[in-house]
Write a protein that binds this ligand. Structure first.
Ligand SMILES: C[S@@+](CC[C@H](N)C(=O)[O-])C[C@H]1O[C@@H](n2cnc3c(N)ncnc32)[C@H](O)[C@@H]1O
Length: 223
């Protein structure tokens, strides 16, 4: 599989210098470089933004900013990306990467638990109990990549914040193949993702497909 991944990586558009910088700093300054979405998925995310002509993007789980830069680099002049991260120790690295990519004016970093930030955003958008929105513009794309145990909660919080026809992209939904194991591993992350994938399959308000890209990307379109 590693050979195939390397072949695909070598035959995709090469990542920008700022992304190479973020990748290198992530390896040097954190112990979790495996959380980076990486060049292939990053290029795919960039293309999704280009193809949908998205103008407003919401990301849950910034880590060191790699995927935020990939998506924001495809935004037009009026585009904006909000990215939510719990770990305040990453803030300096994230902001330097956004600066190096020339995207500081397009990306807003919100430090804190994303569930709290989402509740605040819902209030700011004037989202009522029936899901209607009275203020501001809904998001074209939401990219979910924070705590795998909480994907169902995130989905319930973000659903009304996405415009009809918009996309919710959920990362790591194959969880290293664990979601297909029988019996299903009983750790909280596997259970959280399995419950999420079942919830999406059964939700008539959306259509969806899981792409076997890296660790699995659930592409969910709000009808
Ligand atoms: C897989 S990494 C994100 C990777 C990033 N999207 C990328 O592709 O480079 C997940 C991130 O979510 C953050 N996170 C976990 N729980 C969170 C929460 N409740 N609120 C906000 N961020 C959270 C973690 O600190 C971590 O940095």
């Amino acid at each position: 599989m590693e050979n195939i991944y390397n072949y695909i990586k070598e035959h995709a558009t090469q990542q920008a210098d700022a992304l190479s910088w973020v990748e290198k700093q992530t390896h040097l300054r954190t112990n979790h470089a495996r959380m980076l979405s990486g060049a292939v998925q990053g290029q795919f995310m960039r293309m999704i933004v280009q193809m949908t002509r998205a103008e407003r993007i919401l990301e849950l789980g910034t880590f060191t900013g790699y995927s935020a830069i990939c998506m924001a680099s495809a935004l037009g002049a009026n585009g904006h990306l909000d990215t939510l991260e719990l770990n305040d120790e990453l803030e300096d690295l994230i902001l330097e990467g956004f600066g190096r990519a020339g995207l500081s004016d397009k990306i807003a970093l919100h430090i804190g638990d994303c569930k709290e930030t989402l509740r605040r955003f819902r209030k700011e958008l004037g989202i009522a109990d029936d899901g209607s929105c009275s203020q501001g513009k809904l998001y074209d794309i939401v990219y979910m990549d924070a705590n795998k145990r909480e994907y169902c909660e995130y989905y319930e919080l973000v659903f009304d914040m996405v415009r009809p026809g918009g996309l919710i992209l959920a990362d790591n939904v194959l969880w290293d193949g664990k979601v297909c194991q029988d019996p299903l591993p009983q750790d909280k992350q596997t259970l959280g993702i399995a419950r999420f994938n079942d919830m999406i399959r059964d939700d008539r308000r959306v259509e969806s497909v899981i792409l076997p890209l890296r660790d699995g990307l659930n592409v969910i379109r709000k009808k």
